[in-house]
Write a protein that binds this ligand. Sequence first.
Ligand code: GLA
Ligand code: CA
Length: 765
Amino acid sequence: MRLFTTLFCAAVAASLCAKPEAFTVGKGTFLLNGEPFIVKAAEVHYPRIPEPYWEHRIQMCKALGMNTICIYVFWNFHERAPGDFDFSGNADVAKFCRLAQKHGMYVIVRPGPYVCAEWEMGGLPWWLLKKEDIRLRTNDPYYLERVGLFLKRLGRELAPLQLARGGNIIMVQVENEYGAYAADKSHVSNIRDLVRAAGFTDVPLFQCDWTSTFKRNGLDDLLWTLNFGTGADIDGQFRALKEARPDTPLMCSEYWSGWFDHWGRKHETRSADVMVKGIGDMLDRNISFSLYMTHGGTTFGWWGGANNPAYSAMCSSYDYDAPINEAGHVTPKYEKLRALLQKHAKAPLPEPPAPPPVVTVPTFALDRAVSLFDTLPAPKSTEAIRPMEAFDQGWGAILYTTELPRAAKKGETLAIDEVHDWAQVFADGNLLARLDRRKKEFAFTLPADLPAGTKLDILVEAMGRVNFGGSIHDRKGITNQVKLGNDVLTGWQVFNLPPEHAFVAAKAAKPGAHPSGPAYWVGAFDLDKVGDTFLDMRDWGKGMVWVNGIALGRFWEIGPQQTLFLPGCWLKKGRNEVIVLDLKGPRATTLRGLDKPILDQLRGNLSDTHRKPGQALDLAGETPALETALKAAGGWQNLAFAAPAKGRHLCIEVRSTQRPGPVAIAEIELLGPDGKPLPREDWRATYADSEETRSGNATADKVYDLQESTFWQTTPDAKAPHAIVLDLGTETQATGIRILPRAEKGAPGQPKDVRIFLKTTPFKL
Ligand code: GLA
Ligand code: CA
């Protein structure tokens, strides 16, 4: 009888059972209208899907067997200048929620204000950095004031859509993985209060963290959920939470289906079978989940973020190896997951809707062009170098120009402190050097003598602002100063080159021009049938593409992404206009549209491994700061040195593992004199005897990338002992070390016997 009533009510909910539904937290389970309810949420991001495709993607999630859509709200997408709010078009988040409701889907809202998400500055607006001493994600009064204003405005859009008020929003998140950033309950409390003050008072509020960090900031009155990825040991992940809160409903608020791609690094994938098994294990245990990402989509325009350390900007594609691919198509992962979710569903799942049509576009020429240097805007003057933000520019490229005050000798050093993020240096128009922040290239030696008065141009392209860790305070352009030898250069002219279409569209490109170096290229193609296509960028260097006025995204020849997703809903029958800004310069000035993406082609000498041919670490005669055996257990292990040690070069030697097989380490922290972890922003891997690069991105730098789900791993055939060497950037005092093994069941690859060395001079290689 009760089942009948529920079905009946569900069927006529909209019309007859007008009483709003209720979503509450019960003992060990969520409750929907008083009945146990497992949240099966699909994470998708509305700015990463063209607005005309929103409904299609929601239906895809529904047909997959999900009952909820989980979204972040991207503050910087809505407030591009202080107080200037936009909730229209692709930013109409309320419309997105209502479309989900139309298809019977609940919504979880994660309004940040910080969201991470491989999104520019983790969703925080760049203009916050105009305040020079701002401390983001703290109780800095200006930060809290701006957060409050934004959330209040967001509340006008979304608070009326809470379930109890007739909408479909069932949960709202407070901050995002704050435990991975700081320990400060007062800050999380402040954000919670601002979320409530914005009107989110009728839904359970929750905070998400990692199993290793959730206690740091756990507030008594918030629900706690955990994030972890494909392959993780589910019982192990929830053990500590169950102990801390035996009656809480369990939820994995981010179960990572795949992973994101960085420029210059191997395309990431995760096994479909392992992913589906994890979801099955959760369902068997009545654990709710949100699948991050169920559909990743595309980080259009300039919205891609970056990780640090090492600085590493995100690709434009956010395919994520998710069940629904970048263009909204079913994948084998989708089919496997759907089969599982069908087993757990009460009724047959609807069929997935057909994807939007795909077209190819024959090769066409970008036959008009203009050199970037021939179409500069009016300059601003500044004595000292200042970052982009100081000139009221958020994104794009920036040109700094001055004249050499004296003659410079071949072999002298020109040091740019620091390049954020990719610079080209020209002397009287001739290219001298290219500097890449990913490789910490901040200086070069002059290839020739230069006379006094030489015109020096430094063109800096901003890639994404860092979206994770303390480096989110990531100012762009040149952050500090430029030095020729010991002389700080002054007297600069600064040209702002923003990425908005209005700026690039005003460039007077000329037919038949063929500039070399940085230039705008303009062309068009005709269509008699519109459809999705993938722009083939393989002949182009590095830059950004606009089609019919919309910024599609960044391209970079190094890959792994070689095509840009061009949604058919932004195309039209007849003429379509294309602009390419190529800062490096193309090999051919044509484009075409393919019917498939290319997301996995790395090019050039891009090896991210840390062992040069012939190198072998020689530890003979070195004295370890610590020689010990780790316990056979998952999670962090703290190891104290016998006596405090000092040095800049750290070596971790793994002499044996707990079980046969390759060595793996997920994260390492050094403990300072106060016993607290030391900052890792300046760390750099200088050596690893073995690294797995065939089946993964498992290089040595993954032990300090702040991500607990990524790890250094040796190749299967390499024999212990294994070692990695890190340059810490500065002389450091340490009293111990913490080591985290992989998160999978049994902590695969966990070291047993280790020796740790810390010394002032580099190791013998
Ligand atoms: C964390 C963050 C997400 C995202 C994922 C990785 O869990 O909360 O925003 O960055 O990592 O994709
Ligand atoms: Ca890691």
